[in-house]
Design a protein around this ligand. Structure first.
Ligand code: SF4
Length: 473
């Protein structure tokens, strides 16, 4: 690996740790930085201009196995790598960053790269933002009838950043693409008028980056009697993996658990949507304690995450993750297909392979872990799961269905696509059996169902929650 110094695998000196983040500017101060050979240090410095880079001491000390870097899955998950950019782009950017050091030219070139990376996939800039009196509600999204997504402004960062994340406009100062809400006033007014909504998903970024008092300011208004129709308050979070201390040793960890108990006592489901990417994240004692403490409040914890090449394309890792989660009281929920955004060429896997990995992992676990669904694409028309590969009437096909859809009539209606071993996303697929279009492309909105978008989501600028831990998007 071209590393001259010996590297301890992991050091566990964190009995009562303080959260300590590292960024491009401060990573040189980490003791592990010197273990990276110059080309990897350079890649971090260069590529992090495009993909935001943030990690933390816990991830560095306990999750990354430095004897396996750069192939360690958590290193790949949090550290930018040169192959995340096409060769020419990397060279040009490297020249600007390392040689010319021209800030204006770097900014212009980085913007150009980001814009080609589909920063807001699945119609989030055009279809999901609710409006009141024709004004868009900043920090809200309403894509499916029953669920509203809420983006508190102070929850728009994370304890570490995932290199594959499609939420990156939130982190890199693209103000015109960023969305957040300063308080719950508009959300509460909107919900009062939308009795069809049963779920509010608080997402980001990661809302668990907030202290408990700030989080309570967003959650407690949702317990008001006039919002009786809100049954489930969900929080999408990766803190269960990147900073489980949030639930165990942080100064206000106990207060956080009391807040969860308060929601439960109010008769609502406090649902933590935990984003996990790899079994190693749940091997740590602190991460296991976090799960136990969360479910001990009466809250539920569901496990979900995307399938990512270079990080978790191993069915054994998924099976271990789900098994451990079930043992601790969590509920395996979703395996997602990597989205059509960011450095997808680096991270994507063919749908056929994704299905194989899901199937193999599913076959390794008991019925209690088979609550998990996948592999699922959060695409423009809805959430589409690949049920399998079959031969029907002499044709090899993908069997698919919507688990969630913009039009509720589409849900759980099987449909078929020609088998394509290269396809990585829904829009690569062609209908099977000689059909020209998929049913949802020709059906449009049935006249007996009010179109979901037009009922509550007129076209407007919009953004979407991170489906990696916010599955309602
Ligand atoms: S995937 Fe989630 S935790 Fe990771 S950077 Fe994106 S929003 Fe943050």
């Amino acid at each position: 690996m071209g590393v001259s110094q010996s590297r301890p695998v992991r050091r566990n000196t964190m009995s009562n740790p303080k959260f300590k983040p590292y960024t491009r500017q401060s990573i040189r101060q980490a003791r592990q930085w010197q273990w990276l050979p110059p080309d990897q240090q350079e890649a971090v410095q260069v590529v992090s201009h495009v993909m935001p880079f943030r990690t933390n001491e816990y991830v560095m000390e306990q999750l990354i196995d430095w004897s396996r870097v750069p192939d360690d899955p958590i290193y790949r998950l949090t550290f930018p790598h040169r192959d995340m950019l096409p060769i020419e782009e990397y060279r040009t950017l490297r020249d600007l960053v390392m040689v010319k050091q021209d800030d204006a030219a770097i900014a212009a070139y980085v913007h150009q790269i980001r814009m080609r990376m589909n920063p807001h996939p699945a119609g989030q800039m055009t279809h999901n933002v609710p409006r009141v009196n024709d004004a868009p509600l900043r920090g809200l999204q309403h894509k499916y009838n029953e669920t509203v997504l809420f983006f508190p402004s102070s929850g728009q960062t994370c304890h570490a950043y995932c290199t594959f994340c499609f939420r990156w406009p939130q982190f890199v100062g693209m103000e015109d693409m960023k969305f957040d809400a300063k308080e719950t006033g508009e959300l509460v007014s909107y919900l009062k008028n939308h009795k069809e909504v049963t779920d509010v998903l608080i997402t980001g970024g990661d809302p668990m980056i907030m202290n408990t008092r700030s989080l309570a300011d967003f959650i407690e208004p949702l317990l008001a009697p006039e919002l009786e129709h809100i049954q489930n308050i969900r929080i999408g979070t990766k803190s269960v993996a990147y900073w489980p201390q949030r639930f165990v040793t942080d100064r206000d960890a106990d207060d956080l658990l009391r807040l969860f108990e308060k929601v439960v006592a109010a008769g609502k489901n406090m649902a933590i949507m935990g984003h996990y990417n790899h079994a190693v994240e749940l091997r740590q004692d602190i991460a296991q304690k976090a799960v136990k403490r969360i479910v001990g409040t009466g809250a539920t914890l569901r496990m979900q995450g995307p399938l990512i090449r270079h990080i978790n394309e191993d069915p054994h890792s998924w099976a271990e993750l789900w098994r451990t989660g079930v043992r601790l009281g969590a509920i395996p929920y979703y395996m997602f297909v990597e989205r059509d955004t960011g450095p997808r060429e680096y991270f994507q896997l063919p749908l056929a392979r994704a299905h194989e990995i899901f199937q193999q992992a599913y076959q390794m676990v008991s019925g209690l872990a088979r609550t998990v669904r996948g592999p699922s694409m959060s695409a423009f028309p809805g959430k589409v799961v690949i049920d399998g590969v079959a031969n029907i009437a002499g044709e090899k096909v993908f069997a698919l269905q919507f688990l969630q859809a913009r039009n509720p009539d589409w849900v759980r209606k099987p449909f078929y696509a020609k088998y394509d071993p290269e396809a990585t996303w829904l829009d690569h697929l062609k209908p099977a059996f000689g059909q020209e279009r998929f049913f949802f492309e020709t059906e449009g909105q049935p006249h007996h169902v009010a179109p979901v978008e037009r009922k509550v989501i007129p076209i407007g600028s919009a953004r979407e929650g991170c489906t990696h831990h916010s599955n309602a998007a």
